[in-house]
Design a protein around this ligand. Structure first.
Ligand code: ADP
Ligand code: ADP
Length: 226
């Protein structure tokens, strides 16, 4: 686990579009932060900067003791969950779960232990030998989360992971993520435009507007405010 600090973070895209400015957030070890705000407010840019997928124009982002811009991609101890699942279609669920670990040279027995643990947590044990196309949307999203969990990363980054699912499944998966969070207590940043998702999951909410932090607080604090 790790704390994440955003210190005066800003992003200007080529062509002078300022997507993010003056963002200061201190995320504690094990805290679950939800970024909310209208489309185009900079949520995804901010998340991608923490992930090291986007360069940082101003300021610094620290994960634990380390500065994000200075960590080699292979050493980044974070795992991302996307809305499009990003599963490998030609691989079984088991192979999808094991792939990242194999690439990192994790010993076989350790891979097996982590894959089985993740399968148990996510209740996908009976699908391990299926290909992604033989799974429902919800099962695929569980596998996508499984791929993040097996890494046992210092932090999870979620980019609207439930937005491709139908309304009923979103409710189920929202509660499952809540359970997961209670069990693992891994530092997380979660991007969504769904109010209910944000309120259910967040230890603290960060409301962005025009690339800047408009409000920050617990769901109760923000809900009470007029
Ligand atoms: P959100 O995730 O909240 O919808 P984004 O981070 O995607 O917001 O976008 C923030 C702003 O940056 C928007 O004005 C968007 O048009 C702009 N933007 C995003 N990605 C790029 C890019 N690759 N090049 C130029 N502008 C971009
Ligand atoms: P792993 O399974 O170990 O996460 P991947 O090969 O899936 O390894 O991903 C390698 C890197 O590429 C990761 O840092 C991940 O965040 C990023 N990545 C994976 N899928 C996508 C995607 N659809 N869009 C953007 N980045 C991605």
């Amino acid at each position: 686990m790790a704390s994440i600090t955003l210190d005066n973070v800003g992003k200007v895209y080529p062509g002078d579009t300022r997507a993010v400015g003056d963002v200061n957030i201190e995320i504690a070890d094990g805290e679950f932060i939800v970024l909310v705000g209208p489309s185009g407010c900079g949520k995804s840019t901010l998340l991608r900067m923490v992930a090291g997928l986007e360069s940082i124009t101003d300021g610094e982002i620290h994960i634990g003791e380390r500065v994000v811009n200075q960590i080699e991609p292979a050493d980044r101890d974070i795992a991302m969950v996307f809305q499009n699942y990003a599963l490998y279609p030609h691989m079984s669920v088991r192979q999808n779960l094991a792939y990242g670990l194999k690439n990192r040279g994790t010993p076989k027995a350790e891979i097996e232990r982590r894959v089985n643990d993740a399968a148990e947590i996510l209740q996908i044990g009976q699908y391990l030998d299926r290909k992604p196309r033989a799974l429902s949307g919800g099962q695929r999203q569980r596998v996508a989360m499984g791929r993040a969990i097996v890494r046992e990363p210092a932090a999870f980054l979620f980019d609207e992971p439930l937005s491709n699912l139908d309304a009923k499944l979103r409710v189920t998966m929202r509660l499952e993520i809540k359970q997961l969070q209670k069990r693992l207590r891994t530092t997380s940043i979660y991007v969504t435009h769904d109010q209910l998702e944000a309120m259910t999951l967040a230890d603290r909410l960060v409301v962005l507007n025009g690339g800047r932090v408009e409000q920050i607080g617990t769901p109760l604090e923000l809900y009470r405010r007029p």
